[in-house]
Design a binder for this molecule. Sequence first.
Ligand code: AMP
Length: 216
Amino acid sequence: MKILFLGTPGSGKGTQASIIEKKFNIPQLSTGEMLRECVAGGSELGQTLQNIMTAGDLVSDDIIVAMIAERIEKEDCQNGFILDGFPRNIAQAKSLDTMLDEKNIALDKVIEIKVDDKAIVERITGRFSCAKCGEGYHDSFKKPQKENTCDACQASEFSRRKDDNEESVRHRLEVYYNQTAPLIEHYKNTGIFYSIDGMKNIDIVESEIATVLNNE
Ligand code: AMP
């Protein structure tokens, strides 16, 4: 199963992709996560990437396309994958089309998760994650059950993304509407495009996505 998620930052793409990753045993390919790993490596390139990401701009297509091309060659992608955060503009979508054509494979589902802009700032500025295992939390919607202790691994250190501040979020939204939203037209007439209401709670969104995925 090859799935592509579209949606604004904070729409829940990453949350739903990680649920599907476990259910279907196919990897979640998050370009944002790959970039954050590169930043954590501390190289000069990492520093340059960090500056672009903190501002909420897009990293250059060459870097992103090369990253994905290398990743989908790996063994664990042979049964499928979930694209989360890629493509982000028409040029990337065309590169993806070419990449898949060359491998003689095709996407099975493109799923847009729709959320009201008003909800996004609150969703994003409140989120944080376990510094050890990456489990995601939120100041209002999902606090750790025991204060300062990760539910999943019991670690007590948490981190917040540098770009999860209001100024960056507003700019990321602008970038989304200018550059990423046109992808909806790109995929709309392919017969594999679905739009889901991401304002419902996580379990309902999960089950609506499951219905789409089970519908051959
Ligand atoms: P995300 O984790 O998907 O919210 O991505 C965080 C940041 O990484 C974005 O704001 C961009 O700066 C960068 N990024 C992630 N994916 C891409 C992509 N496909 N193209 C360009 N930049 C990206």
